[in-house]
Ligand binder design. Structure first.
Ligand code: BTN
Length: 248
């Protein structure tokens, strides 16, 4: 079933990822979307919370049931789709910060949290949670993150057109997930590299567990890992986050 054919809308829930997981466990079909106006326990990556105030942001989760066991590219697929949707709906220039932060003018506009469930070595479902800052004013963000984040409204100077954004998102998700299902991994990785907020050869610092590793960004590998060149050696990261980027 195409993504976005079935949509459950709720006013409030702890986390759309949790709601999607309950539905997936009860047998809900692939492609089903859960959208909330607010989340009381929105989750981000690395165990962080995702600030989800009522009516300002986009909080949604998609249930996927990919066939192969190789799901490592799904966060990239979701990032590409979210980036494309925002660009089509607003005209903003969006870049991706590995693994899947949406960046506009060096500020974070949104993020993605993919959570998977296996039955033995078979994927049962993957929940793709997408969060975006839509109508926030600077004062709507907690002070400690205000400098690092932005919203579509701050960037475009007008309220986000949610219906347009949703229709662009379903189209882009179906396109990129379709490529994933066809095994067009090279195309996905190439597109992701082209969308990255940093160009190859630039200095970045990766935070993994508690340690910071500094090196030169050298690309994305076929599994969706980030390649860092450190002292002439290439290290592949499959978890972690980019802490600082030398943009120019
Ligand atoms: C990140 O840390 O960048 C990822 C944020 C993901 C937030 C979204 S909002 C919808 C879904 N439900 C959650 O609890 N988290 C994701």
């Amino acid at each position: 079933m195409e993504i976005g054919t079935i949509i459950h809308k709720v006013r409030s829930c702890p986390s759309t990822n949790d709601l999607a997981e309950q539905l997936a466990l009860a047998g809900e079909l692939e492609g089903t979307v859960i959208i909330a106006e607010e989340q009381t326990k929105g989750r981000g990556t690395k165990g962080r919370s995702w600030y989800s105030v009522h009516g300002k942001g986009l909080y949604l989760s998609v249930i996927l049931r990919p066939e192969g066991p190789d799901i490592s590219l799904l966060p990239l697929v979701a990032g590409l789709a979210a980036k494309e949707a925002v660009m089509s709906a607003t005209g903003l220039d969006i870049r991706l910060k590995w693994p899947n932060d949406l960046i506009c003018e060096k500020k974070k506009l949104g993020g993605i949290l993919c959570e998977s469930n296996f039955l033995g070595n078979r994927v049962n479902y993957v929940i793709v949670g997408i969060g975006m800052n839509l109508d926030h004013e600077p004062d709507d963000f907690p002070e400690e993150i205000r400098f690092f984040v932005s919203s579509l409204k701050i960037m475009t100077k007008r309220s986000a057109d949610r219906d347009l954004l949703f229709s662009c998102l379903w189209r882009a998700l179906n396109y990129w997930y379709g490529l994933f299902r066809e095994g067009k991994n090279d195309e996905i990785v190439r597109a992701f590299e082209e969308s990255m907020a940093v160009v190859k050869g630039k200095k970045i610092i990766i935070l993994r567990d508690e340690s910071q590793i500094s090196g030169f960004y050298a690309g994305i590998d076929s599994q969706g890992g980030l390649i860092l060149e450190v002292g002439g050696e290439r290290i592949h990261f499959y978890s972690g986050e980019i802490l600082t980027i030398e943009y120019e």
